[in-house]
Design a protein around this ligand. Structure first.
Ligand SMILES: [Ca+2]
Length: 491
């Protein structure tokens, strides 16, 4: 190799390295309530998500990624501030981040990019709806697009008994694709990609609403899943016999129906079908956005990150909904692609949505704020087998936590009761090992990771917040005392 050639190659690699490191764009795609029913994650054999699967192949897919809270506002607030719910006390649907002492002044993920001269834009649901009343939201992203909802028909489609929460509905929506909220959210993201200034890098965040209930999608998407061909998740009627009584409190009084209700009303299969159809429709909108990114000519300089705020049960553990500390509720799709990321890789290390803030700052070459509690995944994005020395932790109200490593899930509730599952041998979490003598050392090792800081719900919290008074042990739910003599609703 002659000297001239070597020098040329060195210059080439230096240029290539500096191009990829110099403030890449970021396209962040958020999804609401999408569990692992995604083709590349294998959670349901009929999941139809070709665009998400293609995006996963373009980069590194995390197959063991978990939310920090199984509910919209606390999960998103954690991701966007880089702080755990157990640190901030944001456990419920309110308050928003700027209403809480622990997060009132912390720089958020979009702010870090904005301060680095990025063009920042948000459309759809990225922050939790209503958590940033205008004009406060203009202090986060500089530019805001529309955030349409899903619309509701005059009367519910699903055959559930009244009264019910208005969101508890599903079925084919009679309007055209272009009338659906997620279609319009994709339109907004496409427009933002086309009009983002070329003189600056961009940080564009777009948040899709489906498959969050109500699961409405145009009829053609339901036709992809004929009702009698829909495969129901595997469920055991005695699955809750070995879970602590306290596990019921986590979703006591929530609007999501029990599996028994769905079975009685013959709505289990229609809900599963609607979730699959809604996910497929939402996936098609992601496909439109990714095609628009390609059309900008900036795709090679763009980090694309996709995540869901938490999972969703569709009958597993005898419930539908979120708000649990089990795998179906905590496991989320998470994938990253673009400059500095190995394509076609799958990483099985336990990782957290909390890690996204430091990861994106790291990949973009920006200084991460000191307050962040997650860690950069840059090493795993280069080499999916790179070690990681911490598990993923999910919190649902003070005192209730799940710790997930590569083999086990350990859950401890506010009353001290426990669950332990061997996720390799028992991926459905059917057998609670917590009471077995041989589990003691495993539980002790997992319990070391329980958050040392575990604050009560922040003032102003409402909506389904469970609180435990450490002095008396009294547990309240939405301000109402609950205790040993209550009749906990069961399936
Ligand atoms: Ca959600």
């Amino acid at each position: 190799m002659n000297r001239h050639f070597t020098l040329s190659m060195l210059i080439f690699f230096w240029l290539a390295a500096s191009c990829s490191a110099a403030n890449p764009n970021v396209l962040m795609i958020a999804i609401d309530d999408l569990n692992d029913w995604v083709g590349c994650l294998g959670g349901h054999p009929q999941a139809r998500t070709p665009n998400i699967d293609a995006l996963a192949r373009r980069g590194t897919l995390f197959t063991n990624a978990h939310c920090q809270a199984p509910l919209c506002n606390p999960s998103r607030s954690s991701l966007l501030t880089g702080l755990r719910p157990s640190t901030t006390g944001i456990h419920g649907l309110v308050p928003g981040i700027r209403q809480v002492a622990a997060t009132r002044d912390v720089p958020t993920l979009p702010q870090v990019f904005r301060r680095a001269n990025y063009w920042t834009y948000s459309c759809g649901k990225v922050f939790h709806d209503g958590s940033l009343p205008p004009p406060n939201r203009l202090l986060e992203f500089e530019n805001w697009g529309p955030a349409p909802g899903m619309g509701r028909p005059g009367k519910p489609i699903a055959n559930l008994p009244e009264p019910r929460h208005p969101a508890m509905d599903w079925g084919p929506f009679p309007d055209a694709d272009s009338k659906a909220g997620d279609y319009q959210i994709a339109d907004a993201a496409i427009k933002a990609l086309a009009t983002a200034p070329k003189s600056q890098p961009f940080f564009i965040a777009t948040g899709f609403r489906l498959p969050h209930v109500p699961c409405y999608a145009p009829k053609a998407w339901f036709d992809l899943f004929p009702e009698d061909s829909v495969i129901l998740p595997e469920v055991r009627d005695n699955d809750r016999d070995d879970t602590p009584r306290f596990s019921w409190y986590l979703h006591w009084k929530l609007p999501e129906p029990r599996l028994k209700t769905l079975k009685d009303e013959k709505e289990w299969r229609p809900l599963v079908r609607a979730y699959l159809a809604s996910t497929a429709f939402m996936d098609a909108q992601i496909g439109r956005v990714l095609a628009a990114l390609e059309a900008t000519g900036r795709a090679n300089d763009t980090i694309v990150v996709l995540w869901s705020d938490h999972g969703y049960h569709l009958g597993e553990k005898l419930i539908t909904g979120k708000n649990t500390l089990w795998e179906r509720s905590t496991r989320v799709p998470l994938m990253v692609s673009g400059p500095g990321v190995t394509p076609g890789a799958r990483c099985g290390r336990p990782v957290e949505l909390l890690d996204l803030f430091p990861t994106l700052a790291d990949l973009a070459g920006l200084q991460a704020p000191k307050h962040l509690e997650g860690v950069s995944l840059r090493a795993q994005l280069r080499n999916a087998t790179a070690p990681r020395n911490r598990p993923a932790i999910t919190t649902h109200n003070q005192g209730n936590h799940a710790v997930r490593d590569e083999q086990y899930r350990y859950i401890r509730y506010a009353d001290g009761s426990e669950e332990l599952y061997d996720m390799v041998k028992d991926p459905h979490e059917w057998t609670n090992l917590a009471g077995r003598a041989e589990s003691a050392s495993i539980k002790a090792a997992m319990a070391r990771w329980l958050p040392k800081t575990d604050v009560a719900a922040a003032p102003g919290s409402a909506h389904r917040v469970l609180q435990r008074d450490p002095a008396t042990g009294t547990v309240t739910w939405e301000g109402e005392r609950i205790g040993a003599n209550d009749t906990v609703p069961t399936p």
